[in-house]
Design a protein around this ligand. Structure first.
Ligand code: ASP
Length: 352
């Protein structure tokens, strides 16, 4: 081919490529991937013999085959820690960061990569505090990047598919692993090692993702929105036990906590000594929320012996509905920081 014709041919190929690439880039939605750490970004450390944070946010996104065909990805590295080290104050900062990203009209949604140990609480914190109604999908992994078959890449791909999907509208913040979509409010981690660990019990999944498509099963639960305070109040979380004498409840009150969540037994019951300690707390104007360790159905004022749910509610404790103790603590921290945190208002926040 003559040099001039070859040069013209090359220019035409470049123009076509740029046009095609540009038009496909311009056509794709843009999803921000905010990385915080967790197993999804961890590798085996030969020194400790355990998984430690080791993969950058950029490498995380680049390790997902086919992601660039689904969306344009904007990576924001927030932190790189195991989620056992996460704090409510860090979730408050993450909530502000995600809202700032979602304020950009060009951003379709956000995927947050996070450790699974505290993902249920962290996703709930953002579900309660984000101002934006755009999709926010929490995703993680149960197998680290050194594993024979890491589950992180497929989970990230599905999370981005969900963030771009019309089917996912109105779900608020979700936890999406192993193809199943859970609401932040109802999800719990139910298995310490298996990839199918997140479950919402009798409330069920919101949907399922397969072959690039989102299938919608349910709408999300009614979403509450609370204002992020400048400083989060200290709230204790105590699980009661057989023979509990209530000393830890009294210690928390004397330490100066602003609220206490007690994970009771059954439908939200405690023994007579703990009941006396609850009355001690209430007498000092420290609100007490009662939850249960039981997975489904939650707290009900069914029992009238000293410390039964009916006596606790009559004494002024707030029934925590079907929230886990850890989530009830998040909600109580935020509720106490709102303008009105009277007992009647607190009851409203918990009986959703
Ligand atoms: N320990 C890890 C974390 O919570 C577990 C995981 O991400 O699967 O960060």
């Amino acid at each position: 081919m003559k040099p001039l014709r070859y040069a013209v041919f090359l220019v035409c190929c470049m123009v076509f490529y740029v046009f095609f690439a540009e038009s496909s880039y311009a056509d794709l939605p843009t999803v921000a991937v905010v990385t915080t750490g967790g197993t999804i970004a961890e590798k085996l450390d030969p020194k400790t013999g355990g998984a430690v944070p080791a993969v950058s946010g950029k490498d995380l996104a680049e390790a997902v085959p086919g992601l660039s065909k689904i969306a344009n990805i904007k990576v924001v590295e927030f932190s790189n820690i195991d989620s056992s080290q996460m704090t409510p104050e860090m979730w408050a900062k993450l909530s502000k960061t995600v809202d700032g990203i979602l304020a950009d009209p060009a951003i379709k949604g956000v995927v947050v990569t996070h450790g699974t140990d505290t993902m249920a609480e962290g996703s709930y914190f953002l579900d309660l505090t984000l101002k934006s109604d755009k999709p926010v999908v929490f995703v993680g992994a149960m197998r680290d990047a050194s594993d024979v078959s890491p589950d992180g890449p497929a989970n990230i791909l599905n999370a981005v598919i969900q963030a771009c999907s019309e089917e996912a509208k109105g779900w608020g913040v979700t936890v999406t692993l192993n193809q199943y979509v859970n609401s932040a409010r109802n999800v719990r981690k139910t298995n310490s090692t298996n990839v199918q660990t997140f479950d919402s019990g009798e409330k069920g999944y919101l949907g399922y993702i397969c072959m690039g498509r989102v299938t919608r099963f349910n709408d999300a639960p009614v979403r509450q929105k609370l204002t992020l305070p400048a400083k989060l109040p200290e709230v204790a979380l105590l699980e009661t036990f057989a023979g509990d004498d209530g000393a830890l409840v009294r210690y928390a009150v004397d330490r100066g906590v602003k609220g206490i969540v007690i994970e009771g037994v059954g439908a939200g019951n405690v023994n007579a000594q703990v009941f006396e300690a609850v009355k001690y707390a209430l007498g000092k104007a420290v609100p007490v929320v009662i939850t249960t360790t039981v997975f489904n159905s939650g707290v009900w004022p069914m029992y009238g012996d000293q410390g039964g749910g009916a006596t606790l509610e009559k004494a002024g404790a707030v029934p925590g509905g079907d929230l886990t103790g850890a989530k009830a603590r998040i909600l109580l921290m935020l509720a106490l920081a709102q303008e009105n945190s009277s007992r009647e208002w607190l009851k409203k926040y918990f009986m959703k």
